[in-house]
Design a protein around this ligand. Structure first.
Ligand code: PNS
Length: 164
């Protein structure tokens, strides 16, 4: 069975992420969407909330949602996966992603990183942009799945008003 890991913060998951995950599902038997439990960064949603949203929007796909406690390279080995899947939007993503791919390769020489180019319509999309628009009460329905719109708007408007 060919297993791929699709890691990311997913704070929150966007239609761009879902595009990458569902395309990876057509190439691999199983895709593990992995959220790191990285305590040093500020996130708008907890790891549990992000995992719950990911489970909701990947229903029906050959996806398992999990969290990564340590290094991704070790997690890949533990899960007997072959590949890390990352979406690439623009040239600006490349340097950071290339650095991560080479680091992971050094840490676990058996792992391959595969980049999928983002579909044209999601080229501009990022979780931070979604959060910015939602924080100002803007329309995010073109950026995230319908079932998450309200939840994201509520959290971000609370954050903006200092209540979260
Ligand atoms: O969505 P993001 O924030 O770009 O995802 C970054 C992610 C999750 C891929 C990266 O932070 C990661 O792999 N974290 C796990 C810890 C680790 O292995 N760090 C070294 C990677 S080079």
């Amino acid at each position: 069975m060919r297993v791929a890991i699709c890691p990311g913060s997913f704070d929150p998951v966007t239609l761009g992420h879902i595009d990458i995950i569902s395309r990876a599902c057509r190439i691999f038997d199983k895709v593990i969407v992995a959220v790191p439990t990285n305590p040093d960064k500020h996130f708008s949603f907890t790891v549990e909330e992000r995992m719950e949203m990911l489970r909701l929007v990947t229903q029906g796909l050959n996806v398992e949602v999990d969290c990564v406690k340590g290094l991704l390279a070790d997690y890949v080995r533990e899960k007997h996966a072959t590949t890390i899947i990352k979406g690439l939007r623009a040239l600006s993503d490349f340097e950071y992603e290339f650095q991560m791919a080479l680091t992971n390769k050094k840490l676990n020489p058996e792992v391959e990183t595969m980049f999928l180019p983002t579909s044209g319509e999601y080229m501009f999309l990022s979780s931070s942009m979604v959060k910015q628009v939602a924080g100002f009460g803007g329309d995010i329905s073109h950026f995230v799945p319908e079932c998450l719109v309200q939840r994201i708007r509520e959290r971000l408007s609370k954050e903006r008003n200092g209540k979260a």
